[in-house]
Design a protein around this ligand. Structure first.
Ligand SMILES: Cc1cc2nc3c(=O)[nH]c(=O)nc-3n(C[C@H](O)[C@H](O)[C@H](O)COP(=O)(O)OP(=O)(O)OC[C@H]3O[C@@H](n4cnc5c(N)ncnc54)[C@H](O)[C@@H]3O)c2cc1C
Length: 250
């Protein structure tokens, strides 16, 4: 299918992007387009305005900040994958990003876009949560920091206001030991369920409406995963138990 009609905007500065977001109704930021474009084509999203941020200069840095890794809004997943800095400071992030889809998708897909999209089966939101990272949201009103445990509110739902965009994600350095393990039907598919271990902290993905922090000794307590053609709720719970055991045995 073709996308529904929308008005296209391509700001070249962050200030311009923020003032457009403040003034336009029903606008969506377009970053890598790897989730948004399919949603438009299936007509599951019908924004009146698309705000393509790809021409905003100087928004693609991946750099060390406060002992962790900061990834700006146009920091591509593939660039994070290839980064020696990420491999040294936050190898958990480097490993996690390799599990996201396929390289061609990661060439365009952004880390901040994945966090803003908040797919409950995504790896990067769970990594941000396990590490206790945050995002910086910017609007014409200013900047604010949103901690990972405040960011994810539901399926494809975050604490971002409609006039805000994520300008940076910050991942603390990975503690040792760490692990990210998931099970999917085919390489590159979204995970049926997955776990992220950051020392004693454990975050789960694919088993609820958001990524969740869990207790290693009783990882599935309170979980009510949904079932679909790919996996029953019980199978997802089973995967969480097995993957948690493996992550802590590693
Ligand atoms: C075949 C396929 C397989 C995939 N498999 C996986 C997988 O296994 N794991 C996984 O995690 N993902 C997977 N993805 C999704 C992919 O990782 C996307 O790149 C990612 O979810 C979104 O990043 P993006 O930059 O492409 O965002 P876009 O598609 O441009 O945007 C996605 C959403 O986030 C919003 N957004 C984007 N950037 C910002 C920002 N800076 N501030 C505010 N809002 C913003 C957009 O408005 C939109 O609502 C897959 C995609 C495909 C097509």
């Amino acid at each position: 299918m073709k996308p529904p009609p929308f008005e296209y905007h391509a700001p070249t500065t962050l200030d311009e992007a923020c003032s457009l977001l403040a003034s336009l109704e029903e606008a969506k930021v377009l970053a890598g387009g790897q989730s948004l474009i399919p949603l438009l084509n299936f007509r599951l999203a019908r924004p009146r305005h698309l705000l393509d941020i790809n021409r905003v200069a100087g928004l693609d840095r991946i750099y060390e900040r406060d002992g962790g890794i900061a990834v700006e809004a146009l920091g591509r997943q593939a660039a994070v994958e290839d980064s020696d800095l990420v491999a040294r400071v936050c190898p958990l992030l480097g490993e996690a990003v390799r599990l996201v889809a396929h390289r061609v998708i990661r060439n365009r897909g952004t880390v901040c876009g994945s966090l803003a999209h908040a797919d409950p089966a995504s790896e990067l939101p769970a990594v941000l949560l396990a590490l206790g990272g945050h995002v910086i949201a910017q609007s014409a009103r200013g900047k604010r920091t949103i901690a990972a445990d405040q960011l994810f509110r539901g399926v494809f739902e975050t604490a971002l206001e409609t006039d805000e965009m994520v300008v940076e994600a910050w991942f603390p350095a990975s503690p040792q030991p760490f692990a990210i393990l998931e099970e999917s039907r085919r390489h590159g598919d979204f995970a049926l369920a997955g776990v992220v271990r950051a020392d004693t902290r454990l975050a789960l993905f694919g088993v609820g409406s958001t990524p969740v922090l869990a207790d290693r000794s009783d990882a599935t307590r309170g979980l009510q995963p949904s079932g679909d053609l790919e996996a029953t709720p019980d199978f997802r719970l089973h995967l969480v138990r097995v993957l948690t055991e493996k992550a802590f045995a590693a």
